[in-house]
Design a protein around this ligand. Structure first.
Ligand SMILES: [Zn+2]
Length: 363
């Protein structure tokens, strides 16, 4: 009987050991290792006890065999239950792991040309200008004729024009944001070569005084190279009123360019445009070298910025303004030109290739 008592305590020890460890088994692999340790055919500790049964006398064999069987069944049941519990606690295959860090969303940037456009619009808005847009498809009257360029005028050759294959007839094509309706309906035949066409639309619709900025795309028959694109963007500016002078023009550019580039000097050079008289190219002292001479300003210390002038009396007559009562100045600035100078971009094509490696630098 002492033999049976010792074997009984062996069974109790195994049971306790198993119960403690099955509760701690937290993976399928750990459960399998534990089950093998007790039940495997070759080396399981419970299996080992089974193998000793044959050496016992019949009575003891029956009693001890029942105990070993009970332990074996308990272990098998516990292993099954533990496996089911682990399976139930496991997340489904399509489960979302809420502890994972979130994916960062790719955020777009404002295009460098739009950055410059917004800055310039801000500057002029603070000076009391109204921002307008106009139609990109224009008629000959607004793009040329009313701007003192009648048919066969040689100045038309200054801008290589893109004409439509078939003209658009009707008045709805000018319905852009802030555009001015045109009472006189003409067939649109061309892509505007400059934003100056909008000067005419505005003055034909509203009496003086005028203080407007017109940003927008313009088109010329240019080949793509370092400094030219067939489509580019301009700001048109127009100020009309009593006693407006070239001093106002100069002061306006000084304020605008200082706001954009810092403390710069400006100078005016005589030039020619059919719709202004006198006309002037406006240069700015180089913002990189402060006028000392560098690669950007080609060692001159000056940078060409824009074309401008006092509105030609013929333009006022074309829109019904009295050239003896009002004067005004107008100007056109290339947005790409400003952006290239401001950001040190040497190839205008970069603005239109949409290479994110370029665009990301303006975030
Ligand atoms: Zn320079």
């Amino acid at each position: 009987m002492s033999e049976t008592a010792s074997d009984r305590s062996t069974i109790d020890a195994l049971r306790e050991d198993f119960r403690a460890r099955i509760a701690a088994a937290s993976t399928d692999a750990a459960v399998k290792t534990l089950a093998d340790e007790f039940l495997s055919r070759k080396s399981g500790s419970v299996t080992g006890l089974m193998k000793t049964l044959g050496t016992l006398p019949p009575d003891a064999r029956r009693e001890f065999g029942a105990l070993v069987n009970a332990l074996k069944q308990e272990i098998e049941t516990s292993v099954d239950e533990r496996r089911q519990a682990l399976a139930a606690a496991r997340p489904p295959a399509d489960a979302v792991d809420v502890t994972l860090p979130p994916r960062t969303r790719a955020v777009g940037h404002v295009h460098p040309l739009m950055l410059v456009r917004q800055q310039v619009e801000d500057i002029f808005t603070h000076m009391g200008y109204e921002i307008l847009e106009g139609p990109e498809v224009e008629d000959d009257f607004h793009n040329f004729e009313a701007l003192n360029m009648p048919p066969d005028h040689p100045a038309r050759d200054m801008q290589d024009t893109l004409y439509l294959g078939s003209p658009i007839v009707g008045g709805t094509w000018g319905a852009h944001r802030g555009s001015v309706p045109d009472a006189q309906v003409r067939a649109a035949t061309l892509l505007r070569t400059h934003t100056s066409a909008m000067q005419i639309r505005y003055m034909k619709t509203f009496p003086p005084p005028v203080r407007i900025i017109v940003p927008g795309r313009v088109y010329r028959r240019d080949n793509l190279d370092l400094t030219h694109t067939p489509m580019f963007q301009q700001f048109e500016g127009l100020v009309v009123g009593e006693g407006v002078t070239m001093a106002n023009l100069k002061g306006t550019f000084k304020a605008m360019l200082t706001a954009l580039f810092g403390d710069v000097k400006i100078r005016l050079r005589p030039s020619f445009f059919p719709y202004t008289e006198p006309s002037a190219e406006v240069d700015m002292s180089c913002h990189k070298c402060a006028g000392a001479g560098c690669a950007i300003c080609k060692q001159t210390g000056w940078l060409e910025i824009l074309g401008s002038g006092m509105v030609h009396p013929a333009v006022f007559e074309a829109v019904g303004y009295d050239p003896d009562a009002v004067t005004g100045f107008a100007f056109g600035i290339g947005i790409e030109r400003l952006a290239m100078l401001k950001y040190g971009v040497e190839d205008i094509r970069l603005f239109y290739e949409n290479d994110v490696r370029f665009l990301e630098q303006f975030s």
